[in-house]
Design a protein. Structure first.
Length: 158
């Protein structure tokens, strides 16, 4: 009987142990495991959201880079066209300035030519008058007349 009482005592002790574990130990363990499972589940959700955000950010950055390249190309094209326009305007202004300088120089040359002709005419006239005076003042033969004319021409040429 001893064996039976021991066995019954062990069964009662085991039953009390199971009840104690079921009542006081098992609920905190289940709560801890459930809390851990929720944290893991939340971590997975967060990582999925982060992955989606990273993909979205990469797409946006690629779009921004593409837009920036497009804008840079537009700016470069605009700068090239403006520089070509400025160059053409500068060439036109330089050509106008060249024409103005040439016209001014031609006018100046024409004035100098007119002045030189007037001066030559005056000198020629005074040389002719001087020769005529010499011829008239002397009673000259034909040879002397030619010598005086030749001398006056030589003086004029100098």
């Amino acid at each position: 009987m001893n064996l039976n009482a021991t066995l019954i005592g062990q069964m009662i002790a085991f039953g009390l142990f199971v009840w104690f574990c079921w009542k006081f130990v098992w609920p905190p363990l289940l709560a801890a495991m459930e809390e851990r499972a929720n944290k893991i589940e939340q971590g997975l959700k967060d990582s999925e959201e982060s992955a989606k955000k990273i993909i979205l950010a990469e797409e946006q950055s690629e779009k921004l880079i593409k837009d920036a390249k497009s804008e840079a190309k537009k700016i470069i094209d605009t700068a090239k066209s403006q520089s070509e326009k400025v160059i053409e305007e500068s060439k036109a202004k330089a050509s106008e300035e060249k024409d103005r300088i040439i016209n001014s120089a031609q006018t100046e040359i024409d004035k100098e030519v007119v002045n030189a002709r007037k001066t030559l005419e005056k000198e020629f006239a005074s040389s002719v008058m001087s020769a005529v005076k010499k011829i008239i003042s002397k009673d000259v033969s034909e040879n002397e007349h030619k010598e005086v004319v030749q001398k006056s021409l030589d003086d004029f040429r100098k």
